[in-house]
Design a protein. Sequence first.
Length: 271
Amino acid sequence: MATTRETFRELHRSGCFVMPNPWDAGSARFLASLGFPALASTSAGMAFARGKPDAPDALDVDEVLSHLSELVRATPLPVNADFQNGYAQDLGGLAANVTRCVETGVAGLSIEDATGDAKAPLYPPAVALERLRVARKAIDATKSGVFLTARCEAFLVGVAEPLKLATERLVAFAEAGADCLYAPGVLDVRDIAVLVRAVAPKPLNVLVFAPGLSVKQLQDLGVRRISTGGALARAAWGGFMRAARTLSEAGSFEGFATAASSKELNALFGR
């Protein structure tokens, strides 16, 4: 486990790597077979697989911790946990949950500044910083070397001047002990360049959830880590939903034409 965590930390020191997001053990094993160096959980993908919406209160911490343990067991790759706001509003609960998250064997985890409250979607700056410091202290107490990512959700919650707010918060998070910085939803290359420069020399993670940017473009901008969030899960759902609707609405089995073969899947999963 220590080696996995050291490997994950080393991945962030230079260059750029893609860290896709599986939603179960099977998708994790397939992604590992393609040669990706690390994986990350997706709260959206996990929720959809359980028939729940992508919402802050859709999953409870015990469900999430069990899921993270499953992903860690599925492959030898480092796993980064999408740990939302720590699944606790109080600082004591946050510290306890971060400790439990470390115990699942993850190599990293992210803590975001979103509250889950539509009326006040982000914690006030001082509160967000204190929560990040609590997560940092909880990780350090375990002496695990788990990599801490701090997320600012400014681009996702519809605040005014999201770039300005994200820049200010990510710089503050970096100074408070975050190892990696992340503002999901930023897609403009000029904005990405601003964030890369602002948090340097610490690494920036960029979420790509739709066509447009390429890995090379992001690498050239100085991005160190690229994740896909719930995009792969949504792509899988898209294929499933199209096939099922074709069957329901047209009485046609044409949607099965692009299905993976049982032979390929059995070979992947060792049968």
